[in-house]
Design a binder for this molecule. Sequence first.
Ligand SMILES: *Cc1c(COP(=O)(O)O)cnc(C)c1O
Length: 379
Amino acid sequence: MSNPKIYLSSPHMGGNEQNFVAEAFSTNWIAPLGPNVTGFEADIQKYLGEQNYVAALSSGTAALHLALILLGVKAGDEVICQSMTFSASANPIVYLGAKPIFIDSEEDTWNICPKFLEEAIKDRIAKGKKPKAIIAVHLYGMPYKHDAIKKVADAYGIPILEDSAEALGSSYNGKKCGTLGDISILSFNGNKIITTSGGGALVARNSEQKDKAVFLATQARDDAPHYQHSHIGYNYRMSNVCAGIGRGQMEVLDAHVGLRRAMHTFYKEMFHDIPGIDVFEEPSFEYFSNHWLSCILIDEKVAGFTNEELRLAFAQENIECRPLWKPMHLQPIFADAPYYGEEVAENLFEKGLCLPSGSNLTVTEKEKINGVFKHFIEN
Ligand SMILES: *Cc1c(COP(=O)(O)O)cnc(C)c1O
């Protein structure tokens, strides 16, 4: 009997994507510019609010790289980064020859801890260097503690680069994620809340910032008939074909957020009478998560099993689960980077599990997930 895989998070097309892509073909706009790129940027801008200026790029990582350049990060600078995140948040710091300084999470949102952030800033200044930027991440779609983080950042005059790769559709106090930082980024990778197959965006707060991002993303050509350069450029623009997928996806973004949130409710019900399992949820009414991924923490002493045992039980039935992001300060490549915090992120990593969360999971697939879990608990 076939046993099709249930994925953690897979692409979910709305229906209109192919029409936009077909238009790119019929008009021969098979290039890193064209009407879909402009249209996709306008769609995101409309969604986030017109005071935001969106540059569609080849990836979220490219957007982080350009955002750091726009914030003036140079070789030898220090940049603060949330430790618990995907490595793409931190790698662009190293691309620029700058040095990452990692910060622990707090327990409510699993994101950058304001207390350790301030401790780190004070200590780095005492050691002779004020950090150039703070990279704060909305992990799994959960907004970071924006007011508290911004208060610390403002007190020291350090800009925030908001990594909203996982949080399009989330909001904090009614303000949309992607609009909260001094500069922000989004990702449209295949597993994200919406996808362009691969892609990202830089969200700027003014048009000059956006224009500069587009300039750098298109090889930094000066205004001349020949190829003239006074800056180092990059090839980071989004293709018009991919942007067509994005335009179709924007039509279903809110519906897909609703479906991801319904997956979260499904897990709340599935685990509600299971001792030792906590479903990750918004700490208070200020937070609205897109629940890009639904996550749980398992207390082995109470539950009687570990996150890894549950992951393997699901894997055996072809259901994909995954440990939480392994904190950057525990990664071999960042072993020498300074770290400020205790063991909050480490504990989350040790106890946590991400569950299948796609907006396209069927009733049958949910029944299977529930059945496999019931069977696991009974044995
Ligand atoms: C996916 C992701 C990125 C990188 O985005 P890409 O489009 O895959 O380059 C950056 N930060 C976080 C937190 C992510 O989840």
